[in-house]
Design a protein around this ligand. Structure first.
Ligand code: ATP
Ligand code: MG
Length: 245
């Protein structure tokens, strides 16, 4: 096995020859790409092609069958489940397609969860950070509500605030604007992009939205046989056919 640490010049995310199947059926193979610190990469591709599966692999939440994923030079495949969990807490923000908001915690507790997992109790500074995040996603004043008392778009914004609250180096967002009106979607994309631009985080965002993809530095189209650079035309998003990224 190679060394778990590469030189410090390593990409924020490096994926080489990734392959994944479920119960004998291949989802994708030969997926290779890099994401630089501060870069925003959009992943597009038809429904069912494996975008969520790819993000779950990048987060170390799902196992893959071949290939290598490294974050900041750390070989994710060389970490055990416990080490992956520690790494995720410290460095990852993940906006799940299905939100995964915890139903028994109120909104503020859901948003503060990453800070609690990192530091124990929520101190004054952490609570202020939670309040600031709620304000930033347009949920000021809703901190004591339970998730069941929120709309779909509000739940999505809880998930986004939770992904950003601990200022992660790596931000994975699965269709984060799918339930939002255009103005709110723009505001959310501003927040996600700011974490990349201002904090140097790597942002990988899976989406069907042309507007979201247009904000990215690069658009990659996931296909069964790999990932290729994509172009965004007036009629939608399509493979540019300029080879594997
Ligand atoms: N736990 C699972 N067991 C078996 N097959 C699965 C499982 N999860 C996903 N799949 C299959 O893997 C493929 C990729 O699913 P995935 O959710 O990654 O697609 P996607 O590109 O995110 O789609 P969408 O755009 O609809 O969100 C699909 O064919 C799906 O049916
Ligand atoms: Mg998906």
């Amino acid at each position: 096995m190679d060394c778990a640490h590469n030189p410090p010049t390593a990409a924020a995310i490096s994926v080489r020859g990734l392959a994944k199947h479920y119960a004998g059926a291949s989802v994708f193979s030969a997926v290779s790409f890099d994401v630089a610190p501060g870069e925003f990469v959009a992943i597009v591709g038809e429904s069912g092609v494996g975008k969520s599966t790819l993000l779950n692999c990048l987060a170390g939440l799902d196992h893959w069958d071949a290939g290598r994923i490294a974050h900041d030079g750390i070989d994710l495949g060389a970490l055990g489940d416990d080490q992956r969990a520690v790494w995720r807490r410290a460095h990852l923000g993940f906006v799940f397609q299905a939100f995964h908001v915890l139903p028994h915690l109120d909104v503020a507790q859901n948003v503060g969860l990453p800070l609690m997992l990192l530091g124990g109790r929520l101190d004054k500074e952490a609570l202020a950070r939670v309040e600031a995040m709620l304000g930033a996603v347009g949920l000021a004043g809703l901190g004591t509500r339970l998730p069941q008392q929120l709309s779909g778009g509000q739940l999505q914004r809880v998930a986004i605030a939770r992904a950003l609250v601990h200022r992660p180096r790596l931000l994975l967002a699965d269709e984060p604007t799918g339930n939002l009106d255009p103005a709110t979607a723009t505001r959310i994309l501003d927040l996600l992009t700011a974490q990349a631009r201002e904090a140097g985080a790597a942002l990988v965002l899976a989406t069907h939205s042309r507007e979201a993809a247009l904000r990215a530095d690069r658009v990659l189209q996931l296909r069964a046989d790999g990932i290729v650079a994509a172009g965004i035309g007036a009629d939608g998003i399509g493979a540019a056919g300029i080879g594997a990224a």
